[in-house]
Design a protein around this ligand. Structure first.
Ligand code: SF4
Length: 183
């Protein structure tokens, strides 16, 4: 394990959490997105990211005190009105910095709306596995992650849903988080 891995795992474990039953959002929920995963997708934009990648397109989402605290039940009420979506994608900010809140939303839309669930993360699959706890439980709620930090020197906008060559699109088995395939 590298020093970078150790620092990332500590960031996952120490991220400030929203109050119980709340999630911190950086913007309103979206629908019909075609750029954040396969098919038409709803998007939940989380607020707060400890990764601070050079060249990040959304630095305004880094601050854990900014954005809006939203009741998870209110977010679900909005998502329920979105018809014709293939799934939901969590974008950031860093969704794995609020894993408990994100998992609650992920589990609800899978069970009640029949959606698949993807998430972007600046952490790697291996770092999330090593962190365990709520982050690993959220990982188990997902069908796919786009993992790893954005690295400006490896920028490549030809990749599907990814910004830099180090990032991977990992298709996962919901319930176990086993890797089914890697793009
Ligand atoms: S992980 Fe994403 S939101 Fe966070 S700094 Fe990196 S690119 Fe920006």
């Amino acid at each position: 394990m590298t020093d970078w891995d150790k620092i990332a795992i500590e960031k996952i474990k120490s991220a400030p959490q929203p109050p119980e039953d709340y999630i911190r959002l950086s913007g309103p929920c979206e629908r019909d997105s075609i750029v954040n995963g396969d098919g038409l997708r709803a998007v939940v934009w989380t607020q707060g990211c400890p990764n601070h990648c050079k060249g990040c397109q959304n630095p305004e989402t880094w601050d854990f005190e900014a954005g809006t605290l939203a009741k998870i039940s209110d977010v679900l009420d909005i998502l329920k009105t979105y018809e014709g979506q293939a799934g939901l994608t969590f974008c950031g900010g860093e969704p794995f910095a609020q894993p408990k809140a994100c998992k609650e939303i992920a589990d609800y839309v899978r069970k009640n709306l029949g959606w698949n669930v993807w998430s972007f993360t600046g952490f790697t699959y291996e770092q999330i596995q090593a962190a365990g706890g709520d982050a690993l439980e959220f990982l188990k709620s997902l069908d796919a992650i786009i993992d790893g930090p954005f690295i400006l020197s490896q920028k490549d906008l030809s990749l599907r849903f990814r910004g830099s060559k180090n990032q991977r699109l990992l298709h996962l088995e919901p319930g176990t988080a086993k890797i089914k395939s890697i793009e």
